[in-house]
Design a protein around this ligand. Structure first.
Ligand code: SF4
Length: 91
């Protein structure tokens, strides 16, 4: 199953190898209406949460749609923190 440790460019592999979600059977790409509390609980115990959040911020374009749990945040939580809003690519 795909998880956030597989998102983005194959750089910074060191932190990805220590991701708590690595090998997890949880769905790391829930829809906005699905409960993501189990995934967020895994993130809270993740040793690389800061690196994961920095990677999300570096790889997701401001104002564009983003996906998946990353850095202890859902897409809606990330956009709220950044002060951006959901907008589809090309819109
Ligand atoms: S913070 Fe969450 S999404 Fe990021 S690597 Fe850790 S467990 Fe995975």
């Amino acid at each position: 199953m795909r998880n956030p440790a597989h998102i983005g460019e194959p750089r910074d592999q060191a932190w990805r190898d220590r991701a708590a979600c690595k090998g997890s059977d949880l769905d790391w790409f829930p829809t906005p209406t699905q409960d993501a509390s189990a995934q967020l609980a895994v993130c809270r115990g993740c040793r690389v949460i800061a690196a994961c959040r920095r990677d999300a911020d570096a790889t997701e374009a401001p104002g564009l749609e983003c996906y998946g749990i990353r850095g202890g945040e859902t897409p809606v939580m990330r956009m709220a923190r950044r002060g951006t809003y959901m907008r589809r690519r090309g819109a």
